[in-house]
Each structure stands twice: as structure tokens, then as C-alpha cells.
Design a binder for this molecule. Structure first.
Ligand SMILES: *Cc1c(COP(=O)(O)O)cnc(C)c1O
Length: 432
């Protein structure tokens, strides 16, 4: 029997790294089986430790919007590395990256670069609290904003009660200012602001929630979030770590601005695509708010590797590529083609299926209709999803190993890749 290099590596990893992975979802716990250890990647594909090729619909969970190893990005990273890895002093590329971000996001006048989405969201919340002088934050069930203590929280038993920690090690006092509401629930939102409005520093939301697969905030819901924040002096924080430069050049806020005249969030949190696969994230907003940050203002925030020269080179080269005319139209058409193809294959096999997409981000559910909130998402058939996941994996198609995760298409995915994926899905659906 040939040796399974993935299994061998997983066993070695498990002896030294908790669960064998450095981020939990990679361990395949939701679907079972052996994680694929990636050896190398190019374009739309990666090759695992056994040398098997996979069409990659994770793309590092979103950053790889140009596919792997894009020549101009690679060139920029190599050139930057030759000039030095890190200085702890400012560089021109940080300015250029800030200019590029501000150019595409009308709501952002100033930006601070950090190293992870977690750090960006955590800092944005500190900024919102510092700028408003208030403590309370509102978040929504099913939205993920990184693993800062105050955000690892689930809903309490009623609106009058605050959340409970979802992780050991988070003291209840740390989440006592976090109110968790149901996504897309207007009545709860109204009630929360009626009761607590004057104490709310910010409402943080994933506008298109990619951490419960793919769930859009309705236009009405988003408009109400904006109105209530304005009315009560709270800041609307858009966590666009996943959607920023992914669903459109202007992010999800551009999608909502088309539906709601004059719409803009107060603070935007970015990550994933803006680093192009390197550890880089950011948060930004209007000058008056951002000037509350140290060294100008009283809100402290810092980072040894913030604005890292190699990471900024990678992000900058990526953003310059995706700003080319027609980029998102082509990406969106290919993504739509994938979702429509999967829907047709499921329909022919009589498998319940509902899918959605925006730009280069997609999601699908083994449900007759698209869900609107987390409890509905969790009605998806997990065992059936596990069989679908492994069926696709066996056929060289790599989707997220959990039913509550979104999927990503890159500009390197060809029509042929999409067709192969749909054919693989057709075979698997027929066996479900
Ligand atoms: C990925 C993600 C984060 C966390 O980013 P990390 O870089 O993993 O810390 C935060 N918010 C959203 C919406 C994300 O998708």
C-alpha cells in the first residue's frame, strides 16, 4: 500500500501542535478525515503532500483573489524581500497602500495598517469606544470578527441579558458589554437600541456574512442599522475583512450604497485580500475618528510588524491588479457560473440546494431556501455536507471543510475549472 504523506504529516503535527493545526477549521473536525497538507500552489490549484492536484475554492480563506503565484505579485514580493524584511520604521509602500485603500473606499479617509483581521477588528472596537466614550457593543449571532476576548460571545437568554463567552478563558466580565442579536431581525435591533441606545459605542457587522457561509443583511436591515447608529450616536463598524476588495472593488459597502442612497459605514475593517496572502490587515474611517488614535489621540494601538514591507508589497501589487477595468465583472460572471452550475446539478439529482454569490465570493446550502440568520444556517444537513465535501475532495475539488464557511473564486479559475467542478458535483450529488 502506498504511504499517505498527508496522514504521516498529520500524525507528526498532532504530536507537536494542538489538533495538528494552527487554526482549528483546518483540522477537518466538521467533516472527518485527514487534512491535506499543501506542498505548493499555482493559479487555481494546489498540490497536497501526496502530489494530488486540487482546484482550490478556499484560496487561503479569501486573500488569493488572483490565484496563487501571480507573476506580478511574486515579482513585487521578491523585490521587496531583497530590500529588507522589516524595519520598525515607516516606508513609502505603507503610504502607497494607504492611498490605494482610500482611493477605492469613499468612507475611509485615513487608515491604520495591522497584521491580522483579529487585530484590526479588536482595534476598531477600541477606537469606537474611545471615540464615543461608551462601552457597549452590538454584534450578531453567526458573524465572526476574529478572536478578541470581547467578541467570543453568544447571545444570552433574552435581550435584557448580555452574552456568554463561547471560549474557555474569557471571563464573563469581559463580555458583559457585548450584546448579541439575531442577524436580519429588525424587531430585536429596534428593541436593543430603544433599551440601550445611549450606551452603545458601536454596532459591528459582517455586511455579507461569510462566517455563516453566505448570508446577506437585507437592505431594510442594513438601512435600519445605519439609521439607529446615527440616531443614537453609535458608530457603524463594517467588518469587511472577508468582503473588502472581494465582493466588489469598493467592498460590500459599495453593494449597499447602490441600494441605499448615501449609505456609508463609520469604520471599516479590512484584511484577507488587502494582504494578497501575507499577514496584513487594516481599519479606517473618517479623519475625525481616526485622529483619536495614538500618537495623535488617546486611543492606544501599535504593532512591531505593522505595515511590514514585504506584506505591503504583496498587498499593493494585488490591489493594483484587481483595480484593472473589467476585473470584477469577469470574476463575478465566473463565480455566478459556478453557483448556477452547482444548482443545476443538485436539481437534476433532487438534492435541496440554495446558493448565492457576490463578486468572487459564494456560498451554498443543502436547504430548499437561502437562510437569513444563524439558526436557519444551522438547519443545513451536516452529514450530507460531509459526504459532499469528501466526494468533491476525492475528485480534486477543495471546498471549505465546514458548512458554515464561504467559498472563493479567483481570476485564475478558468471556465474549464468551473466545468470540471460542476461535473464532479453532479457525480457526488447523484450519490447523496
Ligand atoms: C477572517 C476574518 C476575521 C479575522 O481575520 P484573521 O486575519 O483571521 O485574524 C475577522 N472578520 C472577518 C469577517 C473575517 O472573515
Amino acid at each position: 500500500m502506498p504511504t499517505d504523506k498527508n496522514l504521516e504529516l498529520f500524525e507528526r503535527a498532532r504530536a507537536l501542535i494542538p489538533g495538528g493545526v494552527n487554526s482549528p477549521v483546518r483540522a477537518f473536525r466538521a467533516v472527518g478525515g485527514t487534512p491535506r497538507f499543501v506542498q505548493r500552489a499555482q493559479g487555481a490549484y494546489f498540490w497536497d503532500a501526496n502530489g494530488a492536484r486540487h482546484i482550490d475554492y478556499i484560496g487561503s480563506w479569501g486573500p488569493m483573489i488572483l490565484g496563487h503565484g501571480h507573476p506580478r505579485v511574486l515579482e513585487a514580493v521578491q523585490a521587496a524581500a531583497l530590500d529588507g524584511f522589516s524595519f520598525g520604521a515607516p516606508t513609502e509602500r505603507e503610504v502607497e497602500l494607504a492611498e490605494e485603500i482610500v482611493r477605492h473606499l469613499p468612507s475611509v479617509e485615513m487608515v491604520r495598517l495591522v497584521s491580522s483581521g483579529t487585530e484590526a477588528a479588536m482595534s476598531a472596537i477600541r477606537l469606537a469606544r474611545g471615540a464615543t466614550g461608551r462601552s457597549m457593543i452590538i454584534k450578531f449571532e453567526g458573524c465572526y470578527h476574529g478572536h478578541a476576548d470581547a467578541l467570543l460571545v453568544k447571545a444570552g437568554s433574552g435581550l435584557a441579558t448580555f452574552g456568554h463567552p463561547t471560549s474557555a478563558g474569557v471571563p464573563p466580565e469581559v463580555v458583559q458589554h457585548t450584546l448579541v442579536l439575531e442577524y436580519n431581525n429588525l424587531a430585536q435591533l429596534d428593541e436593543a437600541f430603544a433599551r440601550h441606545g445611549a450606551a452603545v459605542a458601536c454596532l459591528i457587522i459582517e455586511p455579507i456574512a461569510g462566517n455563516m457561509n453566505f448570508v446577506r443583511a437585507s437592505r431594510e436591515f442594513m438601512q435600519r442599522c445605519r439609521e439607529l447608529c446615527t440616531q443614537h450616536g453609535a458608530l457603524l463598524v463594517f467588518d469587511e475583512v472577508m468582503t473588502g476588495f472581494r465582493v466588489a472593488l469598493g467592498g460590500a459597502q459599495a453593494v449597499y450604497a447602490k441600494q441605499i442612497p448615501g449609505f456609508a459605514p463609520d469604520i471599516t475593517v479590512l484584511g484577507k485580500v488587502i494582504g494578497g496572502g501575507m499577514p496584513l490587515a487594516a481599519f479606517g474611517g473618517p479623519r475625525a475618528i481616526m485622529e483619536q488614535l495614538a500618537p495623535l489621540g488617546p486611543v492606544y494601538q501599535a504593532g512591531t510588524l505593522s505595515g511590514n514591507p514585504v506584506a505591503t508589497a504583496c498587498g499593493l501589487a494585488t490591489l493594483r491588479e484587481i483595480a484593472q477595468p473589467g476585473f470584477y465583472e469577469a470574476l463575478a460572471a465566473r463565480t455566478r457560473g459556478l453557483v448556477d452550475g452547482l444548482a443545476a446539478a443538485a436539481r437534476d439529482a433532487g438534492v435541496p440546494f440554495a446558493g448565492d454569490c457576490e463578486g468572487g465570493m459564494f456560498g451554498f446550502f443543502l436547504l430548499p431556501q437561502l437562510p437569513h440568520n444563524y439558526p436557519q444556517v444551522m438547519q443545513s444537513d451536516a452529514p450530507k455536507f460531509g459526504r459532499l465535501f469528501h466526494g468533491l475532495l476525492d475528485r480534486g475539488v477543495y471546498i471549505a471543510p465546514a458548512l458554515y464557511e464561504a467559498g472563493f473564486v479567483s481570476s485564475a479559475h478558468s471556465d474549464e475549472d468551473i466545468a470540471q467542478t460542476v461535473q464532479a458535483a453532479r457525480e457526488v450529488f447523484a450519490s447523496l
